[in-house]
Write a protein that binds this ligand. Structure first.
Ligand SMILES: O=C(CO)[C@H](O)[C@H](O)COP(=O)(O)O
Length: 301
């Protein structure tokens, strides 16, 4: 295959990165990685370990998730080298990940061309002890779920703050729910009836229509819809699959940010430089460290 095209200059010029660019991104692997603040370092560790263990030379169609951890996934894939990436296609879950793929000089594809993917790696807002997760902090849960289902292997990458036993323990904002604009009021009413409180016990807002920042009015998803954030009492969060079914049945709901029974493994970067890997079979592995350079880069060179 011919050399990969570079990113179109108009993108770099006019579209600022959706996530802050950290000093660790897109450096040649021969330069030591810079020191990052603890949470950023943890995200990077999780992403690097997940790529090393799940993206090999045989993986050609790769789903790229959204959020602030995923840029490190792309960095590690790029660090595998041009030979490894020369015949791969990358499918984004959002505008943000589309931009990451283009700016990294990787080949962009879409799910209508590739309804089956080898691997998708994505972030999460919280993960429970059975690898169910809350997603949609970035309002991308519909496309993220499509690419999670389309992939033979769906992998979560996150920092230590997301590693929970029960969903809703650390992610207090509620379950992100994408709704068609016409139905947002009726869905809010249905969610309240189902048990989502308007005010949380600590006095902060509960059930809410997510509003834009630097924009008057609601957040609009990549699909032109609204997002409702719906917190539920802990007893209900202990049965995420049941809650997912119930919310999904509400007319006007497009997708629910509860991902149940989908992940093969979750990688959590820790403050001490280790990575905890929890797998669907219940096994737990801890890597004490992650090398700066991917092994695959050497194999592929
Ligand atoms: O679901 C998502 C976007 O809709 C993200 O994957 C989730 O919010 C995690 O993001 P981050 O890696 O920034 O913590």
């Amino acid at each position: 295959m011919a050399a990969l095209p570079g990113p179109p200059s108009f993108l770099a010029k006019f579209i600022p990165p959706s996530q802050p660019t950290t000093p660790g991104r897109q450096l040649p692997t021969s330069i030591p990685l810079p020191v990052l603040p603890a949470v950023e370092a943890a995200k990077r560790l999780a992403a690097f370990a997940a790529v090393d263990q799940n993206i090999g030379l045989e993986h050609k169609i790769i789903g790229v998730g959204s959020g602030s951890t995923v840029p490190y996934v792309v960095d590690r894939i790029v660090a595998q080298g041009p030979a490894a990436n020369s015949d791969r296609v990358f499918v984004p879950t959002s505008f943000q990940s589309k931009e990451l793929i283009i700016k990294a000089g990787l080949v962009l594809g879409d799910v209508d061309q590739y309804p089956r993917l080898d691997v998708t790696i994505d972030g999460a807002d919280e993960v429970d002890d059975e690898l169910n997760s809350i997603k949609g902090g970035g309002a991308c849960q519909l496309r993220e779920k499509v690419l999670a289902e389309a992939a033979d292997t769906w992998i979560i990458v996150a920092d230590y703050r997301k590693n929970s036993k029960v969903l809703g323990t650390t992610w207090k904002k509620g379950i992100p729910i994408e709704v068609v604009p016409f139905a947002y009021a009726t869905v809010l009413r249905d969610l309240a009836k189902a048990g989502a409180p308007e005010i949380l016990p600590d006095g902060t807002p509960g059930l809410t229509l997510r509003m834009g920042k630097m924009k008057a009015g609601p957040v609009i998803t990549d699909n032109g819809n609204f997002v409702i954030d719906a917190p539920f009492p802990v007893e209900m969060m202990k049965d995420p699959a049941g809650l997912l079914r119930r919310i999904k049945m509400m007319t006007g709901v497009v997708e629910v940010g509860l991902f149940c029974d989908m992940a093969k493994a979750a990688y959590f970067g820790n403050e001490d430089g280790s990575v905890q890997i929890r797998r669907v079979d219940g096994s737990v592995e801890t890597l004490s460290s992650v090398p700066d350079t991917p092994v695959l880069a050497q194999q592929a060179a």
